[in-house]
Every structure is written in C-alpha cells, then in structure tokens.
Ligand binder design. Structure first.
Ligand SMILES: C[S@@+](CC[C@H](N)C(=O)[O-])C[C@H]1O[C@@H](n2cnc3c(N)ncnc32)[C@H](O)[C@@H]1O
Length: 252
C-alpha cells in the first residue's frame, strides 16, 4: 500500500514505461493518476470536451503548479484554436445533427525532480473516442471512472457479446486493439451495464461500504469473448465505488 492508500502490486509497471496513459471524460480528475503512475509512466492524456471552454488553452494554470516534486519545463499547443469553437454538424451517415468541437491540445512538459525523469501531461479538448483513435497507437493504461449516464453517457466498458460475434464494434474494442500485453485498465466500473465486463462494475455505487483491500480480494479474474484475460492488481481510491486496477493479458 502507498502513503495515499493506493495499492499496486510490485513490478506491474515494469514493462509499461514506453506507453501512455489515456483517460477520456477526465474532467479535473488528474492528480490520482499522476500520483499513482508517474514517473514510471511518462506520458498522460486527459481528454474532455469541456477543456479550454471558459479560458483559452494558454491561460489555464499548469496541472502540477503546486507540486514541488515537478518542475515545469515548457508548454506547447497543437491541433486547433486555443479558444473553443463549437458548431452543429450533420452526420452524413445518419442524418442526425451533433455538436462538433474544434480540438486543442495543451502539452505540459515537466521534470520529476526526485527521479530526473521527464513527464508530459496532455490536456485535450475534444471527444474522448476520437482522441483515442487519433492520438494513441499503443496504450499502456486505460483510465476511466467517475462517469455516468448524466455525464458522458459513453458506454466505454459495454460490449454486447452476441452483436460482437456478428462483427459489430464497440468502444472497448478501440481500447483492446491498442492496449499492450500486461497493460492496465483502471476503473470504478462507470457506464458498464450488466454483460461481458460486469466484473469491472461489481462494486460500482458501493462508495465507502467496501475497502480497497476487500474489493481487490473479491475481484475475480476473467477472460472475455476475444480471449483477453483480466486480473485485479491494485486499487486507485474511491470514485463511484472502488477504482480497481486490472492487468490485461492479450491472447496468444
Ligand atoms: C461526470 S464527469 C466525470 C469527470 C471525471 N471522470 C471525474 O471522475 O471527476 C463527465 C465528464 O465527461 C465529459 N464528456 C462528456 N461527453 C464527452 C465526450 N463525448 N468526450 C469527452 N468528454 C466528454 C464532460 O465534460 C465531463 O467533464
């Protein structure tokens, strides 16, 4: 157990250093992910379409400005305009209108002083789903929690096995296509209705009724319809229930 009450099996991060952490619909929930995984993980993507809406991207404060262990080296901007531009567009496939937001990425580069390791933290204004497809080729950690039907209503962890067998793709397929062997899924089971991945959500909405240790002890390893196996290896604090850390083994 770490000083912050988080739990993580030793050596789990050993092979993950070259790969980023991706957190869609992250809101302001930055610090636990950084505290848990930096400096072993060196690149973090937080993606939310609410970023840089009230202030342009060059006027928001650095995420780690009050953390003496981190020294800011520089800040870069990419992809789109610093101030948010939104418009209604028509999806040519469905004829439905949807709200389009011009993406913008703010990338803060730090030195983690105790280890001299460089860390890059990206905040991206834009869609969580298109950000994953556009920015990430290989993924070390998929981090998703604190969301609901009243939040993004994106069913990141839902796969309908019957439809999947008939070839339909789900958002979680985009994660599994990219996650490396021994990569991690960190989740409290948000937006995960009953089905293939229900083990992720077994303790969802139990809030403080169960400790991290108890949740870890009761979490059952499982294998999904694509042959990926999941084993609980840690606990990352409570959100809508305990946030558990699952290690993914890719099929051979
Ligand atoms: C309930 S909040 C959760 C925030 C964070 N996960 C937490 O635990 O504090 C849901 C967030 O999803 C964002 N959001 C909703 N739909 C989104 C989408 N399609 N792409 C990216 N972000 C989205 C909202 O702006 C909001 O910040």
């Amino acid at each position: 157990m770490t000083a912050s009450g988080f739990i993580l099996e030793r050596d789990v991060l050993k092979t993950l250093k070259p790969y980023p952490l991706y957190y869609p619909c992250s809101g302001r929930d930055y610090l636990d992910a950084i505290r848990l995984f930096a400096p072993h993980i060196t690149e973090f993507f937080f993606v939310d379409w609410s970023y840089f809406q009230r202030k342009p991207a060059d006027q928001v404060k650095p995420i780690l400005q009050h953390k003496p262990a981190y020294q800011l080296i520089d800040v870069e901007f990419s992809e789109g305009p610093l101030s948010a531009i939104t418009e209604w567009r028509i999806d040519p496939d469905t004829g439905r209108s949807y709200r389009w937001i011009e993406p913008c990425r703010r990338s803060e580069r730090y030195i983690h002083v105790p280890s001299s390791q460089e860390i890059v933290i990206h905040r991206r204004r834009g869609s969580g789903a298109s950000g994953l497809k556009k920015l990430i080729q290989q993924l070390g950690i998929f981090y998703y929690r604190g969301d609901s039907s009243e939040g993004s209503n994106l069913l990141w962890l839902r796969v309908n096995t019957r439809k999947h067998k008939r070839g339909k793709r789900f958002l979680f397929d985009e994660v599994l296509d990219r996650i490396v062997d021994n990569g991690l899924i960190v989740t409290d089971g948000s937006n995960c209705p009953y089905g293939e991945y229900h083990e992720f959500a077994r303790f969802h909405a139990t809030h403080d009724e169960i400790s991290g240790e108890e949740a870890m002890r009761s979490a059952t390893s499982f294998t999904d319809c694509r042959g990926f196996s999941y084993r609980c290896v840690g606990y990352a604090g409570h959100r809508y229930g305990p946030t558990l850390i699952w290690q993914v083994s890719r099929p051979d």
